[in-house]
Ligand binder design. Structure first.
Ligand SMILES: *Cc1c(COP(=O)(O)O)cnc(C)c1O
Length: 384
């Protein structure tokens, strides 16, 4: 009987309740991150020639050309395992950022660094503060470890550091501040963050997610590096997915005091970053012409979209990133549906509570123009 049961189980005939019992505490209530349908599949399904991705903040200009050349050269070595420590990349980053090499831990995307932070620091029952809405990956990483996310609403689309400060208690282990914030594109005031950092008790670690750091005007907000160099319990997260156009490769890094970074290294995968990703990131880092072009396109696109939204009387949050949080003043989910049929993907704000808001990634000049044309139609369609 037991054997038959084992056999049945091997065939996958295990009841859902059985499976739920196998799970670690806390995992049962986690919903798998709702993956988007791949663009390629969507294109076939909708019978479209082209789909423009304006929902996930990728780089509309493609990858850095220098990164592509570096990957081509690296291709013939992918039979060999990558350098586990990403030595060359870490060395170059350390030079650029003027920090020691042991203050940097690359990962399989900044997302992977968030998971490492969870594994290294969060115990069951620990409270982790974060804004609402903010980047959803923090919640997943916290729950996997049995921690409790504690949400503090944004105030006027910006982190309410005062309210967050008040919510710090004896069970607080970690605070995530996404600066600039995804999905709102807003930044915190430097003085406010300075004050917040100084007041954090020593048992609390601050993670500053600076995925959009490269898009922020110098001096407009605090730079986590200043806190790190001063010795505060701060980890910064940065990525090659946005400015450098390497989202599909998965490479980002955590930056912090060496004691904190060494904790991440204990829990990370053995080979967290592929050969192609390391080669591409190293080359992209030096591709100043590409970076300048991306920033220029972003500024132009931002100005164009701001103006178009103003003409359409659609309020938006001023952005310090490559996306804009805009209020369609009608069901953004429905607008997104209509846009999708016409080949434009955006991210409606349902998951963020604001039903009429959406996050729109800034595209190329041509993409932005077409997007606004299609948006006008979509808004007419939905409002009728
Ligand atoms: C895009 C993004 C990341 C993660 O980037 P990776 O692609 O995993 O490197 C992290 N945080 C925020 C806020 C982001 O928007």
């Amino acid at each position: 009987m037991g054997l038959i049961l084992e056999h049945e189980r091997a065939l996958g005939k295990v009841s859902m309740e059985d499976v739920e019992r196998f799970l670690r505490k806390g995992i049962a209530e986690i919903k798998a991150y709702a993956a988007e349908k791949p663009i390629e599949a969507l294109q076939v399904e909708l019978g479209l020639q082209e789909i423009v991705s304006m929902g996930t903040n990728e780089n509309p200009l493609g990858p850095s050309p220098k990164a592509m050349e570096a990957m081509k050269r690296e291709l013939e070595r992918v039979n060999l395992y990558p350098d586990a420590a990403c030595t060359a990349l870490v060395n170059r980053l350390a030079g650029r950022l003027e920090v020691a090499e042991d203050m940097i831990a690359p990962g399989n995307g900044a997302d992977n660094c968030i998971t490492m932070i969870g594994s290294a620091f969060i115990n069951e029952g620990d409270e982790v503060l974060m804004a609402d809405p903010t980047f959803p990956v923090y919640t997943i990483a916290v729950k996997i470890m049995g921690g409790t996310p504690v949400y503090v609403s944004l105030k006027n689309y910006v982190h309410d550091l005062n309210a967050m400060q008040k919510r710090v208690g004896p069970r607080t282990k970690l605070v995530f501040v996404c600066n600039p914030n995804n999905p709102t594109g807003s930044i915190v005031e430097k003085e406010e963050l300075d004050d917040f950092v100084k007041k954090l008790p020593p048992h609390v670690l601050l993670v500053l997610d600076e995925a959009y750091h490269d898009f922020v005007e110098v001096g407009a907000t605090a730079d986590a590096l200043d806190y790190i160099k001063t010795g505060y319990n701060v980890i910064s997260l940065r990525t090659f997915s946005k400015l450098y156009g390497l989202a599909g490769l998965r490479i980002g890094y955590a930056l912090g005091r060496r004691e904190l970074i060494s904790a991440l290294k204990r829990v990370r995968e053995v080979f967290p970053v592929s050969r192609l990703a390391q080669a591409a990131a190293l080359a992209a880092l030096e591709d100043d012409a590409f970076k300048a072009q991306v920033l220029e396109n972003n500024e132009q696109g931002k100005a164009f979209l701001y103006e178009a939204f103003e003409e359409l009387a659609l309020p938006y949050v001023p952005s310090h990133t490559n996306f804009i949080f805009v209020d369609f003043k009608t069901d953004a989910g429905e607008v997104a549906q209509v846009l999708q049929k016409r080949g434009f993907l955006i991210r409606p704000g349902h998951g963020w509570g604001g039903l009429s808001f959406a996050r729109v990634t800034i595209g190329t000049i041509e993409q932005n123009r077409k997007f606004i044309d299609v948006l006008k139609d979509a808004l007419n369609h939905v409002q009728k």
